[in-house]
Design a protein around this ligand. Structure first.
Ligand SMILES: *[C@@H]1O[C@H](CO)[C@@H](O)[C@H](O)[C@H]1NC(C)=O
Ligand SMILES: *[C@@H]1O[C@H](CO)[C@@H](O)[C@H](O)[C@H]1NC(C)=O
Ligand SMILES: *[C@@H]1O[C@H](CO)[C@@H](O)[C@H](O)[C@H]1NC(C)=O
Length: 389
């Protein structure tokens, strides 16, 4: 059973949208809301709330976090907006509120379940193996899905209403994987960490399937992981043990760690292909994170970044201006004066300037998928009505 609008109705809606205010921003609005799952790359303010529940202190609520866009710390781990904010604004939607911050009634236009530090696999997996300390807290992908399911009754009542509502929502599943791998790399060899990939991908696949089958999601964006081998905290972690041959001489990134990310992304893309075959009416959009960061690492000047692109804007003393014991937000941290000249903000996280380039790519992927499915829709209804144009 297809819930798609016939071509004529879809074109009429596009036409009406073109008359509305959204059109002036160049966006025929296709979505009414965004629901997002993920970690610090997507978190729009859950971190301080979630961490307080486990009495884990955070520095994100101190300056200079938020200085570039909001003018104050918002709980985002960057100087301004995260990718999700930039994508939402470009699509003509509101910024997606953190799900832990408010009551359910105000989430009809979207909710963001992402929490900084969230892993794909449950926290117990890491605690049972002695991989983690206080982190990760109980915010894994499955926990975020439970939060979503607890909120659902406040969004729609009957299953038909939910299907219609979520059919006009854009779901973001991830990025997931970076925290699983970065936590594990502190204790395990790269080969051992690589052996986690199948479980991580399986968990992401199951989450997508649950959103589609149980809740009626029809448009999902699934980002891949970053090139962790370029990430200042990982470069710092390996500084003592890596030899010259372990680095890509052109970029200064760690080759084997970047291979781990490429491997994750390739297994993820295979899993998404299988899901598309299984659910042909659902749009599952892969969002590239790895490639757009590599472009900025390889040609920093083109993006307005300084030449020593693998250093952080806001950190402490160290080869990459990053220091595990001096967090951004600490009194001893030394923030750069112009975050827009840096790719990396405080460690793994990018500056808003870095996120901007990634977001532009994701918006292109979403719009090209919107257009492709619009085309299919018209072909399908043309044959249904047998009306050649
Ligand atoms: C959330 O809802 C509960 C119950 O309706 C209410 O007691 C509480 O004050 C609300 N909290 C906020 C932040 O609005
Ligand atoms: C983690 O959170 C979920 C969802 O809120 C809850 O069902 C579960 O009991 C929690 N687990 C632990 C170990 O606290
Ligand atoms: C990190 O900062 C501490 C305290 O400021 C300092 O003692 C240490 O040398 C720094 N580490 C590196 C690698 O520079």
């Amino acid at each position: 059973m297809s819930r798609r609008l016939p071509c004529a109705a879809a074109l009429l809606l596009l036409h009406l949208a073109a008359l509305g205010p959204a059109a002036s921003a160049g966006s025929g609005r296709r979505y009414d809301s965004i629901f997002s799952f993920g970690d610090s790359f997507a978190d729009t303010g859950n971190k301080p709330i979630a961490f307080a529940r486990y009495s884990v202190p955070v520095t994100v609520m101190r300056p200079p976090y938020g200085e570039t866009f909001f003018g104050r710390p918002t709980g985002r781990t960057t100087d301004g907006r995260v990718i999700l904010d930039l994508v939402a604004q470009t699509l003509g939607l509101l910024l997606v509120p953190p799900s832990l911050a408010q009551n359910g009634s105000s989430f009809r236009q979207g909710a963001n379940f992402a929490v900084a530090g969230a892993t794909t696999l449950n926290a117990e997996f890491y605690h049972a193996r002695g991989i983690a300390g206080k982190l990760p807290i109980n915010t894994s992908l499955n926990v975020q899905l439970e939060w979503f399911e607890a909120l659902e009754p406040s969004l729609c009542a009957t299953s038909q209403e939910c299907e219609e509502f979520f059919g006009r929502s854009l779901f973001f599943v991830g990025e997931f994987g970076v925290n699983d791998y970065h936590l594990s790399l502190k204790k395990l060899s790269v080969q051992q960490v690589r052996s986690l990939v199948p479980d991580v991908i399986e968990t992401i696949s199951m989450a997508i399937e649950r959103l589609v089958v149980k809740h009626g999601a029809t448009s999902l964006v699934v980002p891949g992981v970053i090139p962790s081998g370029c990430s200042p905290p990982i470069l710092t972690l390996f500084a003592g043990r890596a030899g010259a041959a372990d680095y890509d001489s052109r970029t200064g990134c760690l080759k084997e760690i970047n291979e781990l990310g490429k491997h994750h992304n390739s297994v993820l893309k295979d899993a998404l292909r299988k899901l598309r075959v299984k659910h042909p009416h659902v749009r599952i959009i892969y969002a590239d994170f790895f490639g757009s960061i590599m472009e900025m690492v390889e040609s920093p000047r083109r993006f307005g970044f300084r030449e020593d692109v693998l250093t952080v804007c806001c950190g402490g003393p160290g080869r990459y201006d990053y220091n595990d014991s001096v967090a951004c937000g600490d009194p001893d941290a030394t923030p750069c004066t112009d975050p827009s000249g840096s790719l990396y903000w405080d460690g793994v996280h990018l500056t808003e300037a870095g996120y901007r380039h990634v977001a532009d790519g994701w918006v292109r992927s979403i719009r090209s998928s919107d257009r492709a499915s619009g085309g299919e829709m018209c072909k399908a209804s043309a044959s249904t009505y047998g009306s050649p144009q």
